[in-house]
Design a protein. Structure first.
Length: 318
């Protein structure tokens, strides 16, 4: 039994049992991967994979246990590498942070600037994607940590640390009439029924609390007329400014000084608050750079608190 065989088994599972795709990911040949897996099965005395002819169709019951063990062994091997990196270059190296667009554009800039000032020799990489992609990158060690709102808390193999909560605002052109009734002191709060018949521009379904928005309208029995979806609040604001509809965006994405052509009305009472979280792979070796970045972004997440949560101690919430 060797590490190459364990990697081949893991990659076969990660690539939906395609040995061709697994071989490409590992820069080797498909026959070599197939031979190594068969040799491992012969050594173990049972089949790891279910087969139909020459094609792999899934995992056998003992194969599922083998894959879990492979993940643990290879994760610990990665931790050993991280220990070496940590002590070889404590204030240099590379840190990869997976983020959604909203976090990268509106939330992280100050933290990134402060971190870069403290660690000018560190190469910082921001990978942008969907929350599901972020979780997968952390799980596969393609990113050191992830920052997002949706999905991360639902990943059982990730440790998530809540950082801050936020709500939504409805936006419209400042010279229009769509939100006039809800502005100024004494104005009534906007209700879900007030959106009836309005063209709405908001986030794509996987981003920035969109699922909560849809759920609120569905529960109230009010039809939501979405005329345009985007992953970028700047795009939403652009089209709202052109008079194409009322926007619903994250409150952190609205700047009263920069967005003077628009007006904003709080609607978090309609859709609830959302929690942005940092996600880490369970059992990952916490490099100093990771702890420092987290502390810069979310000062309430102290090294002791992170150590306690990562060690399986009491959970943390805000």
């Amino acid at each position: 039994m060797n590490l190459h065989q364990l990697r081949f088994v893991r990659e076969a599972v990660r690539h939906n049992f395609s040995l061709t795709d697994a071989a490409k990911a590992l820069f080797t040949s498909q026959p070599g991967v197939s031979k190594a897996i068969i040799e491992l099965e012969e050594e173990l005395g049972f089949e790891i994979f279910k087969r139909h002819g020459k094609r792999i169709k899934g995992l056998t019951p003992p194969g599922e246990l083998v894959v879990q063990a492979c993940e643990r062994v290879l994760a610990e091997l990665e931790n050993i590498k991280r220990v070496g990196e940590e002590f070889a270059a404590r204030e240099s190296g590379q840190l990869t942070v997976a983020v959604t667009h909203t976090q990268a554009r509106y939330v992280l800039p100050q933290a990134v600037a402060a971190f870069r000032k403290k660690y000018p020799k560190v190469k910082l990489i921001l990978l942008q994607g969907t929350p599901e992609q972020l979780a997968d990158w952390v799980r596969k060690d393609q990113a050191d940590l992830a920052v997002a709102t949706e999905a991360l808390a639902d990943e059982p193999d990730l440790v998530t640390l809540p950082c801050y909560d936020w709500g939504h605002v409805a936006i419209a052109p400042a010279d229009g009439e769509w939100l006039q009734d809800f502005q100024g002191s004494g104005a009534r709060k906007m209700a879900l029924a007030d959106f009836k018949g309005l063209p709405v521009i908001t986030y794509e379904t996987h981003f920035a609390g969109r699922k909560k928005i849809d759920a609120a309208f569905k529960k109230a029995g009010v039809e939501l007329e979405v005329v345009l979806e985007a992953i970028d609040a700047d795009v939403i604001k652009t089209y709202v400014g052109l008079g194409l509809g009322v926007g619903i965006i994250a409150e952190v994405a609205f700047d009263a000084m920069k967005d003077q052509h628009l007006v904003a009305v709080p609607v978090d009472h309609l859709f609830g608050r959302n929690t942005t979280r940092i996600a880490l792979r369970q059992g990952v070796f916490m490099r100093t750079l990771m702890v420092e970045f987290i502390g810069t972004f979310a000062p309430m997440l102290t090294p002791k608190l992170i150590e306690r949560v990562m060690g399986g101690g009491q959970a943390y919430d805000i």
